[in-house]
Write a protein that binds this ligand. Structure first.
Ligand code: GUN
Length: 286
């Protein structure tokens, strides 16, 4: 039986720390922290994520500025808004919820966000900084996964770490953060041959595939730390992860549930990054 890694509890600790520091910034320096969240179109999943981000801002004492734009918004209009937010001193962090509608080039939008306000850490300057270990922000989901691994007390150094998925948002930066901690890291993807033989070696297995119940017990080493980044909606409306929890849980040493695992951590780390951005912009980053 695996121990459950409680993302709700760990994220609550991170948010409480952010709330206290936000209060301190206000009391000692008169600084209000602000996050702008931009959503284009009416994708229901994106709407839920944006609402959750807004709630988290309220909980930690940030101002939140929401820009809900119609699906027909042009790339130029979105770039104009990003430019306005880059210049707005009340806005410390800017997040454009992805995916944006197909007629908008998401890379052009990410490139336009000031790297100092890029609290997703998606801008090429921030991604490059992560590669060389020189960064202000870490991307929210991989950073949240590291917090969850740390919560287990399992040491990453020297361990075999396998990441399934090679996206720019999760897989690639995840591998880099594990490498920074001296893990021996393998990235698997849709072309990987005999995937199960690779994943079975993992002391720490991170699944970010986007396919419901993809990781089954035969793919997992006895006692492994299993982190499930997936959020998939089944036909019956239920949420489930990339890991087949029912079969893997008896075999793993530690496992994250879905919901209540990585999801709440992503938002908590976004709050942490926004606070860091506000400190950096005011010359207060230690
Ligand atoms: N869409 C899904 N996850 C994310 C995220 O972490 N940041 C942004 N901007 N969009 C997303």
């Amino acid at each position: 039986m695996a121990k459950i890694i409680d993302g709700k509890a760990v994220s609550a600790q991170v948010k409480e720390q952010v709330r206290q520091e936000t209060e301190q910034l206000r009391a000692e320096h008169g600084i209000e922290v602000g996050l702008a969240v931009v959503i284009v179109g009416d994708d229901p999943a994106s709407r839920v994520y944006v609402n959750n981000k807004k709630k988290a801002c309220e909980a930690v004492g940030f101002r939140s500025f929401e820009y809900a734009l119609p699906a027909e918004t042009t790339q130029e209009e979105l770039l104009d808004l990003v430019d306005t937010l880059n210049k707005d001193e009340k806005v410390n962090g800017i997040l454009v919820q992805l995916p944006v509608p197909k007629h908008i080039d998401d890379k052009a939008i990410i490139d336009a966000i000031s790297p100092d306000k890029d609290v997703d850490a998606f801008h090429a300057k921030n991604v490059g900084g992560i590669m060389i270990g020189d960064y202000t922000f870490l991307p929210c989901t991989p950073a949240g996964v590291m917090e969850l691994i740390d919560a287990t007390g399992v040491e990453v150094s020297g361990k075999k770490c396998v990441v399934i998925g090679r996206s720019n948002i999760v897989g690639k930066p995840m591998a880099m953060l594990l490498l920074h901690r001296s893990g021996t890291v393998t990235i698997c993807h849709s072309r990987t041959q005999d995937l199960a033989s690779v994943t079975r070696e993992a002391d720490i297995l991170v699944a970010s595939v986007g396919r419901a119940n993809f990781v089954t017990a035969d793919m997992v080493k006895e006692g492994a730390v299993v982190i499930d980044v997936g959020i998939n909606r089944l036909e019956n409306g239920k949420l489930c992860g990339d890991v087949d929890f029912a079969s893997v849980e008896p075999k793993a040493g530690w496992i994250t549930p879905v919901p209540g695992g990585v999801g709440p951590m992503t938002i908590a780390m976004l709050m942490k990054n926004t606070l860091t951005a506000a400190k950096a912009q005011n010359g207060l980053l230690k």
